[in-house]
Write a protein that binds this ligand. Sequence first.
Ligand code: EPU
Length: 339
Amino acid sequence: MSLVLQNEVSLKPFNTFGVEVRARLFAEARNDDEVRQGIALSAERGLPLLVIGGGSNLLLTGDIEALVLRMASRGIRVLADDGERVRIEAEAGEVWDELVRWSLAQGLGGLENLSLIPGTVGAAPMQNIGAYGVELKDVFDSLVALDRQNGEVREFGLADCAFAYRDSLFKREPGRWVILRVRFNLSHNAALHLDYGPVRQRLAEEGVAEPTPADVARVICAIRREKLPDPAVLGNAGSFFKNPLVPAALAERLRSEHSDLVAYPQADGQVKLAAGWLIDKAGWKGFRLGAAGVHAQQALVLVNYGGATGSEIHALAERIRADIRQRFGVELEMEPNLY
Ligand code: EPU
């Protein structure tokens, strides 16, 4: 098989913000060999290479003078099953939520709290995706990645990945690693994580006394559908900002001024603040700047009402950041990658 190259391709279908920009060259890599072909071609043509997954964590601010390589490898397999613990492997191009649903259909627990997160398997470790009290690192076994600096394939265990809140080695070395496949530790009898937000309460309301992973997934899907706009209807990239980590003294000062501050103390003494609360408190919820806006139901999500450019969305984000810095002395960091 060889890579099919296309010229001047619209990336609108390939980014969940639905921003209209074009890629100078575009191709889909269905296997490791096609990834290598993409790397070689970008060097031959003197164009940078931009590897993308589901485009759900991307803000594209202009035409991309690069070869955009979309990971399209498929395949999910069981590597080991001792009747209790199950190690599985999925190719980078698999859709994340399809992997979650596959695991639930096998009766396996571990991924249920990460239901309905947009994006691909290969992109998931990049920012250590997380939701409802579970992060990818909690179910991670290992991954295989290609080093673009020397073409070598390397295996990474948990400790090698430097996972942190929405962060990893791969995110800190942008453009170096192409994640090819990821392995997870799942279980036939996984311990459930029900203590985040309204999960336990919603199960009780449904009358579920002994929840299964599939029950947890169902409830989390329902909560997410209520809180987060569907990118197929309203362009967005989920949370636009990370929840900021601040020194305890700053959190205390803010708490003295705002008794309803949403703050989560961390093991290292820092305090994580809810960026959505800060932005909401500052009055941005429902604000519109042209076709870009702050979601009316969730201040942490920026949306494209249709036809917004990436630069407009970025300009809105910068105005919000400046305002939050000035009002609260808190620096917000963008979650999506900007190109
Ligand atoms: N809040 C407001 N106003 C808002 C939004 C939030 O006051 O407009 C308050 C809420 O009332 C709540 C707190 O802020 O007390 C936190 O809000 P929420 O529970 O909705 O969670 P979040 O901090 O906004 C994080 C993740 C989500 C993840 C959920 C559930 C980040 C940046 N975001 O959101 O991840 O799904 O928790 O675990 O960590 C994503 O990364 O794209 C994402 C959606």
